[in-house]
Each structure stands twice: as C-alpha cells, then as structure tokens.
Design a binder for this molecule. Structure first.
Ligand code: SF4
Length: 400
C-alpha cells in the first residue's frame, strides 16, 4: 500500500495482560461448505467424526499441564456447528483440569447460518460469553464470490438474535480488498457494520494462497483486486469511520469499544502463553525473564483430524513438532507482534525481559521511519502511526 498524508492513530488504553494469564485455544475443524479462498485446517462436517473428535478434545484437555487460564477461544473451522451441549462439555473439561479464572472470556467463532436465537441462548447457557461472527461482507454478491453460504440479511439477523440471547460482547469479521470490490462497496460494508453496532470488529485483507480456487474464478470472471492506492484508502477511511462510531483501533486489523479488546488475541501480541487443543493447534508456554538464552517451548499437534483422534484415544502424544524457543526468536516475535498494537512496544519491558536496548541496537535503522512519521517514540514506547501500519512490513524488516 502507498504512503498517504493522514493523521496518526490515537493510542488506545494499555492492553498487556497480567504476566500469569494463560489462554486456551480449541480448534474445531468442521465446516458446512469449503470457501474458495480458505487455507485453514478444516474439512467438511461429518456428524460421527465430530462426535469422536469432541471426545478426543476432552481427553487431550484432561491430560494437559495445569495453569490458570482466563480465556477460552473456540476457533476453526466453524465451531458453531458443535451442539451447545458439546461446547458445554469442553468448557467443563477445561474447568475440571484448570483453575479457570472467574469472569473468563469464552469466545465462539460463529457462522451466521448456523444459529438462531434459541441455539444462541443454549450457547450462552454453555458458558460462551463472546461471539465472533464471520460476516465477511454485507453484499450478497461478494459473499457468493467467496463461496460463503450466508446472506447479508442472515448476518444482520444473527447479530440481533445474539443481543436477544443476552450476548453483550459481539465481534464481527469483515474482509477487505475483495475481488472486484470498489472503495465505495467496501465503505458500504463498513457502514453496515457500524449500523449492526458490534462491540468489536476485525478487518482482514483477503490473502490468496497460490492454488486457491478463487484465483481461477477471478481469472475466469475477470475480477481483479483494486489498486494498492485504493486499498490504502479503504483501510484508512474505514478506520476513521469506525473510530467516529466509537470502535477504537487497538491493533492493525482490530477495533473495539472501550474494554472490549479481545483478551484472548491480545495474548498473541504481548508475549503471552497459550495452550492449543485439537488438530493442528499450536501452544506456546514460558515467559521471558531476561536471564536465559532459551525462552519457552512451542509445540504443534498433528493436522489430520482422524490422525489426531487416533493418537489421543490410544494414549499416544498428538504433538507432531516441539521445540524450545531461543531468546532471539522470542524477541523478534515480541517486536513484530507488539508493533501490530496501536499502543506499540514498551522498550523498558523489552529491556527487562530480554536484556536488550532496542534503541541502541536498531535506532539508526529506525530513524528514517520516525522522520517519515510512520513510527513514533513516545516515552518508553515505540509505536506505528496509522500511516505506518500501511508500511508495517518495511518497518518490521529492520528487526529480522
Ligand atoms: S467457513 Fe471459515 S474455516 Fe470454513 S471453509 Fe469458510 S473460511 Fe474456511
């Protein structure tokens, strides 16, 4: 995207979670239909396989290391294809194994076509207190292009049903820079999102992986992506409009009403710890202390659903990769993810955790970005301006 003269973002309230918090991620790899751009770990819904999978999840959770989580995030796939009682049984398995914090944030990624008010009430009773709806667009033609099976009206209705079911923490995902999408069509999506009045929203750029079926359809139908200048305008204008509507940007792709930032996702951006359950799920544990050359451990479960079930149910380890993280790679990640946040990185915290003076090490290379007003040094904090967020990759390349 190109550089444009715009005002910088206003820093949001500090987001760093308490150092002892742990997140739990639960992967649900089933979908009713496969979208033509999707590269996630998912497959078509199969009732019998799903039942066995839920059983395996509970078994894996029962063997997990102890901890004190304050978030559970059901991601996928389409977690809202589970029965509410199955979600309840997984939440209970977490409670049985862990000391789940009072008031824990429990998020369910939800596709609008999978719910109605009664079903949402049952998810609420299962312990879910935050819904993240995969809306993607409020234009039916765009939804069809993406292979999504809901309509814009269904998405609007799902948000109303969520409110009626008692959810006071609702997030909507939108995808930006879709094939054939004009700036005006995108901004109409943003206005429709504001109209739906969520507590949180995520705006993602469509990323087309090399063999995505959508690529072929684009070629066949003659749909192209808007030029980079338009993409920058889409992003900057959307953020301005959302902010005027009370949805304050706190991360490159995320906005929220005060107090409604995703507590779970913030762990990924602030050196947090999380345990992932299910096929393909990642875990990272161990916090940097400034004293050690190795900082934490990361592991990943096998990706295949059947393979995962087999391993867990026969008592085998479902982990396919495990490695210790060096302080150097953890530092690099902390810088990359921290700069995604509007509040940026606290250089004093980095110095304490990693024993590195960032400004002494990278100051010379970063100075041109400060001059361009892409980067701001603000007391102990280093943060990207909103303009700088468009150039994030260039700035972050300094740390590689
Ligand atoms: S619903 Fe989500 S996870 Fe499933 S195929 Fe579509 S994009 Fe992928």
């Amino acid at each position: 995207m190109e550089k444009q003269a715009r005002s910088s973002a206003t820093p949001s309230p500090r987001l760093a979670p308490p150092a002892s918090s742990l997140g739990i991620y639960v992967h649900i790899p089933f979908c009713s239909a496969i979208c033509n751009y999707c590269n996630f770990n998912r497959g078509l819904y199969d009732e019998a396989l799903k039942t066995r999978y839920v059983e395996a999840l509970r078994a894996e959770i029962a063997r997990a290391p102890h901890g004190r989580p304050d978030t559970i995030f059901f991601g996928g796939g389409t977690p809202s294809l589970l029965q509410p009682e199955e979600v309840a049984s997984i939440v209970q398995a977490v409670r049985d194994r862990f000391d789940l914090a009072t008031g824990a944030e429990i998020t369910l990624e939800t596709n609008p076509e999978t719910v109605d008010r009664a079903r949402l009430e049952r998810f609420r009773a299962a312990g879910v207190n935050r819904l993240s709806f995969g809306v993607q667009s409020f234009h039916d033609d765009e939804l069809q292009r993406l292979g999504r099976i809901h309509s814009a009206d269904r998405a609007r209705a799902a948000v109303r049903e969520a409110r009626a079911a008692g959810f006071d923490n609702v997030s909507l995902d939108l995808m930006m820079w879709l094939p054939g999408q004009s700036v005006d069509a995108w901004l109409a999506n943003v206005d429709a999102l504001i109209e739906a009045d969520p507590d949180h929203a995520s705006l993602y750029l469509l990323e087309l992986y090399p063999n995505a079926p959508l690529k072929e359809e684009m070629a066949r139908a003659g749909w192209s992506l808007a030029p980079d200048d338009d993409a920058a305008e889409m992003y900057l204008t959307a953020m301005d409009r959302l902010e005027r509507a009370g949805l304050i940007q706190y991360e490159i792709s995320n906005v929220a009403k005060p107090g409604r930032a995703s507590r779970h996702n913030v762990k990924y951006w602030t050196d947090g710890e999380w345990l992932g359950f299910g096929c393909g799920a990642h875990s990272t544990v161990g916090l940097p202390t400034g004293a050690s050359a190795e900082v934490g451990v990361r592991w990943k479960n096998v990706s295949g659903t059947e393979d995962y079930i087999q391993r867990v149910m026969t008592g085998e380890d479902p982990v396919s990769e495990r490695r210790t993280l060096s302080a150097g790679e953890r530092l690099e990640e902390a810088l990359f993810t921290g700069l995604r946040l509007v509040e940026g990185i606290d250089l004093d915290v980095i110095a304490r955790r990693y024993g590195v003076d960032i400004w002494a090490r990278y100051g010379e290379a970063l100075a041109p970005f400060v001059q361009e007003k892409w980067l701001v040094r603000d007391g102990p904090r280093l943060r990207l301006t909103r303009q700088g967020m468009l150039m994030a990759n260039e700035v972050m390349a300094v740390f590689v």
